[in-house]
Design a protein around this ligand. Structure first.
Ligand SMILES: [Zn+2]
Ligand SMILES: [Zn+2]
Length: 365
């Protein structure tokens, strides 16, 4: 079966054919991958902004069917019995459950996450298929997570990583309080999911600040629940601030969810919050440089800032439950997936994702 192997930053991926293991180690399962999303993080890895070893199979947001299970554990990460043909999402990390962070609600940032990552092993070592950009995957059975059968695959796949990422950040910030004004920065996967999530959780108004580089992004933002859309290519920072103040009786937004990957967005966002406003800083997973922020702004306005990285299987479970509650939005969610590729066409897929013209690129069977 084929796998797209990451050789080195800024180099083409190499598609390799590896034998599928005949026999699995105890407590491991073989998954036939049906959908595997290309995340902003993967683009950053490819550009060298996140250091990674060579000869690995990246791809961390994928789902498929259980094809085979080794002896031993047959329970998923939530303790549910797994059967052959069950549709599962595959986690690439599992918190240790014992460290200070795991014991105090910070398990998404478990101290031992690095030791639990499955896909950093060289793809040349059997059973080869450690990551998501491949036709099959071999993972510890307790890293699998059953997906409710009622939700269509494309609907689950669209926000498989962005959804739980947003849910984790919102949780850190104390949830979304009814009647709040929520600003979403960025019309990528995180921003679009955040728009839907904020509106469904009862935000009074959701304002999307994003780029219409692909017109579909802002159209989908509206369809998913944005009451106002401010295109950063057509408005200035000052014009946007004026509009936000007008929409919030001059006090600023209650909550902002940042999902841009651009540090400049943080500077703008902090200036749009009301006193004691909450800022979820979730879109800067790789180092994109620094930005000047007037330090008194945070103190004087008593802002609350929540950094957020990764998520846990509990967050993904909440994501599945949330999707089950919004069937009216399934068709819009499906349209977030703009491009589908086979693993064979990995380099074309990355070209497309890096061009900014797609929204969500996924590899399919
Ligand atoms: Zn991701
Ligand atoms: Zn831990």
């Amino acid at each position: 079966m084929k796998a797209a192997v990451f050789i080195k930053a800024n180099q083409s991926f190499v598609v390799k054919d590896y034998p599928v293991p005949e026999k699995l180690d105890d407590n491991y399962s073989l998954i036939g991958i049906e959908s595997s999303g290309l995340c902003g993080t993967d683009v950053h890895i490819h550009e060298g902004a996140i250091g990674m070893p060579g000869d690995i199979i990246i791809g961390h947001e994928f789902l498929g069917k259980v094809l085979k299970m080794g002896e031993g554990n047959n329970l998923d990460c939530m303790g549910r019995l797994l059967n052959i043909d069950d549709r599962v999402a595959v986690n690439i990390i599992e918190p240790c459950g014992k460290c200070i962070l795991c014991r105090t609600g910070g398990d998404a940032s478990c101290l031992h996450l690095g030791e639990t990552i499955t896909y950093l092993k060289s793809a040349n070592i059997p059973p080869h298929f450690y990551g998501g950009f491949a036709e099959v995957n071999v993972s510890p059975t307790n890293y699998l997570q059953k997906i409710p059968s009622s939700i269509p695959t494309d609907v689950v796949a669209a926000f498989l990583c962005a959804g739980p990422t947003t849910i984790r950040g919102v949780d850190y910030a104390g949830g979304i309080v009814k009647d709040e004004t929520v600003i979403i920065q960025g019309a990528g996967a995180v921003g679009l999911f955040a728009t839907l999530y904020a509106k469904k959780l009862g935000a009074k108004q959701v304002i999307m600040i994003g780029s219409g580089s692909n017109a579909l992004r802002l159209d989908l933002a509206k369809e998913l629940g944005a009451d106002y859309v401010l295109d950063i290519r057509k408005t200035t920072v000052e014009e946007r601030k004026e509009k936000i103040m007008e929409l919030t009786d001059g006090i600023g937004a209650d909550l902002i969810i940042e999902g841009t990957g651009n540090p400049e967005a943080v500077k703008e966002g902090l200036g749009l919050l009301r006193l004691r406003g909450r800022y979820i800083w979730a879109g800067q997973y790789s180092d994109r440089g620094t930005v000047d922020i007037p330090s008194h702004l945070i103190t004087f306005n008593a802002l609350q800032i929540f950094g957020s990285a990764q998520f846990t299987s509990n967050d993904r479970e909440k994501y599945f439950s949330f999707l089950e509650e919004v069937p009216d939005k399934w068709s819009a969610i499906t349209r977030v997936i703009t491009d589908k590729y086979k693993v064979d066409d990995v380099n074309a897929a990355f070209d497309k994702a890096e061009s900014g013209k797609s929204i969500k690129v996924v590899f399919v069977k």
